[in-house]
Design a protein around this ligand. Structure first.
Ligand code: RAM
Length: 346
């Protein structure tokens, strides 16, 4: 009897704890109209369906907690720039200390982020950059040129040098995916002889939405000229892998994905090789950069150096578009043969 009571109490505690954890990660729209007291840093995601963004927020939240600050996760229902603008306006009203945003559209967010900065809010972009006039610094996951060139050459290898390529991207205006795609095209243009029989035939957009990425993959597979798909999106690559496996297609799949979601497809050969960086660390670095800006340790100009918690010393450097960035690190490769190094990771 006593045992049962303890068990019931324990289950109730677990339930209460889970509610706390979930609400900590949810969209805290109920704060509308109020203002926050302690230092509060907000993470503005690309969209609620994008579970890759949740990994970024995990690290972001760690960094905020280490700095003794609160964090908020705000996610638009769709990948719309207007919804991100509305969220940022709300955060300005809440008088948050800082905002890290992964942009659905760099240009569209410029005005509202400048308004945030003018009101004293620290702003960084992470994952998908905003214009450099609308942020102090961008958190760059890995070298964009290396990402683009590596992905297209990975497709080439899997095709053994023969077969058309389709790119299944996220949204049409995503700064990060578009930059990587530019470098994929550049790699092909600069090495015409090598890629003569592996042209990029089309670019499709799954909008980081499982349903749309699935139907776009199904449509791509109807074109017999396409023999490889590059999915530079953690959401799109899972959808593509499922379609390829379900239809027993021989189309090769490479791209960017989270090992926790893609392990089974790497195991069964649906996706022989993919890449990423540590998304939790990318979010953590964004949180560290915001607190360093707030504390005056950095201002976001090239040459600034600071200690980014568990990541150690990080430097602010010039990016290729006249702004500045902080680089997380190198690309990580995931395949069957190095499984031990990633199977337990993000
Ligand atoms: C998707 C997002 C994000 C990208 C990852 C790899 O979830 O679009 O921007 O960095 O994939």
């Amino acid at each position: 009897m006593k045992k049962k009571a303890v068990k019931t109490l324990f289950s109730a505690l677990i339930l209460i704890l889970s509610i706390f954890v979930i609400s900590g990660c949810a969209d805290n729209s109920d704060l509308e109209g109020e203002s926050v007291s302690a230092d509060t840093y907000a993470f503005v995601s690309k969209s609620i369906q994008n579970n890759y963004m949740q990994r970024l927020y995990e690290g972001f939240d760690d960094a905020c907690r280490e700095a003794g600050a609160d964090s908020l996760y705000k996610a638009p229902r769709s990948t719309s720039a207007q919804e991100q603008i509305d969220i940022i306006n709300e955060l300005i009203d809440l008088k948050v200390t800082g905002i890290a945003v992964a942009a659905n559209d760099a240009d569209a967010l410029t005005d509202v982020l400048q308004k945030a900065m003018e009101s004293g809010i620290e702003v960084v972009s992470v994952d998908s950059a905003v214009r450099n006039t609308a942020r102090s610094v961008h958190i760059q996951q890995a070298n964009p040129e290396k990402i683009g060139r590596t992905l297209v050459s990975s497709a080439y290898d899997k095709l053994n040098g023969q077969g058309g390529i389709a790119i299944l991207s996220s949204t049409e205006y995503a700064t990060n995916q578009n930059q990587w795609i530019e470098y994929m095209k550049k790699e092909v243009e600069e090495n015409q002889e090598k890629y003569a029989l592996t042209p990029i035939i089309e670019i499709a957009y799954g909008d980081d939405d499982m349903m749309k990425s699935t139907t776009e993959t199904q449509r791509i597979l109807e074109n017999p000229e396409i023999e490889a798909i590059i999915a530079p999106t953690a959401v799109g690559i899972v959808a593509a892998a499922n379609v390829i496996r379900d239809t027993e297609s021989t189309v090769k799949l490479v791209g960017l994905g989270m090992p926790s979601q893609m392990a089974e497809f790497i195991e069964d050969g649906t996706c022989q090789e993919m890449y990423l960086w540590n998304p939790v660390d990318a979010g953590y670095l964004a949180g560290c950069a915001l607190t360093a800006l707030k504390n005056g340790q950095i201002t976001g100009i090239s040459g600034d150096v600071f200690t980014a918690g568990r990541l150690g010393e990080k430097a602010v450097t010039n990016d290729i578009e006249g702004g500045t960035e902080i680089m997380l690190g190198d690309l990580l490769e995931f395949n069957k043969s190095n499984k031990e190094s990633w199977i337990e990771s993000f």
